[in-house]
Design a protein around this ligand. Structure first.
Ligand SMILES: Nc1ncnc2c1ncn2[C@@H]1O[C@H](COP(=O)(O)OP(=O)(O)OP(=O)(O)O)[C@@H](O)[C@H]1O
Length: 253
């Protein structure tokens, strides 16, 4: 089960000549749920966008499912939920329509949806707890429910890898719980996840590994660090040693 899904080797990325990531190496293997953490502007989104080929590397390389990025063609194997699209903005589409659009890469534009498409859409809606809202316009949903709709859209494509940029930022608690359940189910079915997060909340038990981006590099790759401010909690008992490489304020903005 430890087949490499994402391999980033000595990657560097910059915008307009300004370096954001320098010499980043990271491997994500099948079945892992890897959280990318770090302060605002540290380069978390840049890292996952580089993995997907959405920003060019100035050095290093990326492989997806053992294929160099420039030769990777099986995009239907990847579900990507970018950072917040913003409010529905009056989009008249129903929840089911948005989720069904996640099947397009699988079935092609010109073929009408078949039983497999409908089953994938229904199961994705159930996974995120929105089966009861399927026929409602997305614009009538809360921000968290809209975010869940986008996650269901990615799941409906039956990807092998899900890449999510801050899927729970500003999302209500019920949606966070629903999302954690959907992720657990996705991974139980053999999926792999790379996600950017500020706070893990209900996702914490689902995360198998955390990567912390700091000053253009990865300063931690391993267990999920404790959130900043944890020491201030009244029941904190100081039984766990903190690693020497754990930067202060990891979770703060
Ligand atoms: N398209 C772009 N053009 C120029 N600079 C950019 C671009 N995208 C990001 N940056 C800059 O690159 C740096 C890293 O941004 P990035 O969005 O990767 O960080 P992040 O860790 O995901 O931040 P946040 O937690 O705020 O989402 C920031 O200084 C940002 O301003």
């Amino acid at each position: 089960m430890n087949h490499p899904v994402i391999t980033v080797t000595h990657a560097a990325v910059g915008y307009d000549g300004r370096p954001v990531l320098r010499d980043v190496s990271l491997t994500v293997t099948a079945g892992e749920v890897v959280a990318v953490l770090g302060a605002n502007g540290s380069g978390k989104s840049t890292l996952i966008r580089a993995v997907l080929g959405l920003v060019p590397l100035s050095a290093g390389s990326v492989t997806l499912f053992d294929r160099p990025l420039r030769r990777f063609r099986q995009w239907e194997r990847i579900g990507y939920v970018p950072q917040r699209l913003g409010a529905g903005g009056g989009v008249p589409a129903t929840v089911r329509e948005v989720v069904a659009s996640g099947r397009l890469a699988r079935r092609g534009l010109l073929r009408p949806p078949g039983a497999a498409d409908r089953a994938a859409v229904d199961s994705a809606l159930r996974a995120v707890g929105l089966a009861g809202r399927a026929d409602d316009p997305v614009a009538t949903l809360s921000g968290g429910q809209q975010q869940r709709t986008l996650i269901a859209r990615a799941l409906a494509g039956r990807p092998d890898l899900l890449v999510l940029d801050e899927p729970t930022a500003g999302v209500d608690a019920a949606s966070q719980e629903a999302f954690a359940g959907a992720l657990r189910e996705f991974v139980a079915g053999g999926g792999t996840v790379l996600l950017v997060a500020h706070e893990l909340g209900p996702l914490r038990p689902v995360i198998s590994r955390a990567v912390v981006v700091h000053e253009g590099g990865i300063c931690h790759d391993g267990g999920v660090p404790e959130p900043a401010g944890h020491h201030a909690e009244p029941d904190h008992d100081h039984v766990h040693p903190h690693g020497p490489d754990e930067p202060a304020g990891l979770w703060s903005n």
